[in-house]
Design a binder for this molecule. Structure first.
Ligand SMILES: Nc1ncnc2c1ncn2[C@@H]1O[C@H](COP(=O)(O)OP(=O)(O)OP(=O)(O)O)[C@@H](O)[C@H]1O
Ligand code: SF4
Ligand SMILES: [Mg+2]
Length: 333
């Protein structure tokens, strides 16, 4: 992003450790890191996409950034303030500036509340609206997301999936949040509806000036909506770049595989998707590159050195010992 803007949301060294269920734990560690030392900044007004295959830690990262979960280590700041240092009351106020849109709009809407009541809740709590101003705000929100004011009297089950997602979006943006985490917001929708919802999100983002972390495993969708893209693999960032740059010049072998759609599960070691929770199964020992064993460009150093994110081109970072330059000398022989 531009050098003069300050991050809106920033995490440093973010770690989230989960305990393994007894069966998955195997003989070694009974814990695994769903998020493993992640540092990332989201700038005001931008859409940063977070991509990677299932289980790599995208949703956990989103929840940590909104402090819906506590990190095991690391910090999250919003406008420079450490969220962990806020009192419960301040955190509640802060929450109105940080909202989430979920994959399943039905699950995120209370089936017993009319749409009007669902939209009223955050407006009453955070903006203390009531009466006519509340009704007008609700009507305006419904129109902003392509619905009609009279829809406020209906219940979620009376709407289609796409309409329900519009309602969930209206609720998330109702109190003008600076930051929204949209976690696979179109994945459960028909392709024909996906485009409409993406268009709506793009329009709202522009008109409200909010920043968005857009979580998705679908690169075609990400391409349409993002300003920058962060690629995640096994709890770590492996590449971060402006969207055009990432799609035209992907540097990390994992990103390149993702883009060429050849990550379908195959038998054998290389190419088989690892179970992030099972280091024993993948041979990953907590050091070296976590993509080693699956990487077509692997060199001997990859199992010994943990690659850090390096800026290989302006604003384009990759965590790979080989990408963007000559391979490191092989010192194993
Ligand atoms: N509360 C939890 N307890 C234990 N393990 C968890 C918990 N939440 C997530 N995990 C595990 O952490 C890892 C990362 O999960 P996460 O939901 O963040 O992945 P994701 O990238 O969002 O995947 P998907 O694309 O399938 O949504 C997974 O292995 C998941 O099983
Ligand atoms: S560090 Fe090595 S194993 Fe990891 S992505 Fe780069 S080349 Fe592949
Ligand atoms: Mg997820």
């Amino acid at each position: 992003m531009s050098a003069d803007s300050k991050p809106l949301v920033e995490c440093r060294g973010l770690v989230k450790t989960f305990r393994l269920p007894a069966l998955a734990a195997g003989p070694g560690s009974r814990e695994f890191r769903a998020v493993d030392g992640l540092s990332l900044a989201v700038y005001p007004g931008e859409t940063l996409a977070l991509v990677g295959e299932s289980g790599c830690g995208k949703s956990t990262t989103g929840r940590l950034l909104l402090r819906l979960e506590k990190p095991s280590a690391g910090t999250v700041t919003f406008e420079g303030r450490d969220l962990a240092a806020l009192s419960a009351a301040r955190l509640r106020t802060q929450r109105s500036r940080m909202q989430m849109i979920f994959q399943d709009p039905y699950g995120s809407l209370n089936p017993r509340l009319t749409v009007g009541a669902a939209l009223a809740e955050p407006l009453r709590i955070h903006w203390r609206l009531s009466g006519k101003s509340l009704r007008e705000r609700i009507a305006g929100l419904l129109e902003n997301v392509g619905l009609r004011p009279e829809h406020a009297r209906r219940y979620p089950h009376e709407f289609s999936g796409g309409q329900r997602q519009r309602i969930a979006i209206a609720r998330a943006v109702s109190v003008n949040p600076g930051f929204v985490v949209a976690d696979e917001p179109v994945s459960s929708l028909d392709i024909s509806i996906q485009g409409q919802i993406l268009k709506l999100l793009i329009e709202l983002k522009k008109s409200l000036g909010m920043a968005m972390l857009f979580i998705s495993h679908d690169l075609a969708v990400v391409r349409q909506i993002s300003d920058r893209v962060a690629v995640m693999y096994r709890g770590r960032l492996v590449e971060l770049a402006p969207a055009g740059e990432l799609f035209s010049r992907p540097l990390h072998p994992y990103t390149r595989l993702l883009l060429s759609c050849v990550l379908a599960p195959r038998p054998g070691r290389k190419g088989a998707p690892p179970d992030i929770r099972s280091p024993e199964a993948t041979g990953y020992r907590g050091f070296g590159c976590s993509f080693a064993g699956r990487c077509p460009l692997e060199i001997a150093a990859c199992t010994r050195e943990t690659p850090e994110l390096r800026e290989l081109y302006p604003d384009h970072y990759a965590a790979c010992l080989v990408a963007g330059g000559k391979p490191l000398p092989d010192i194993s022989r």
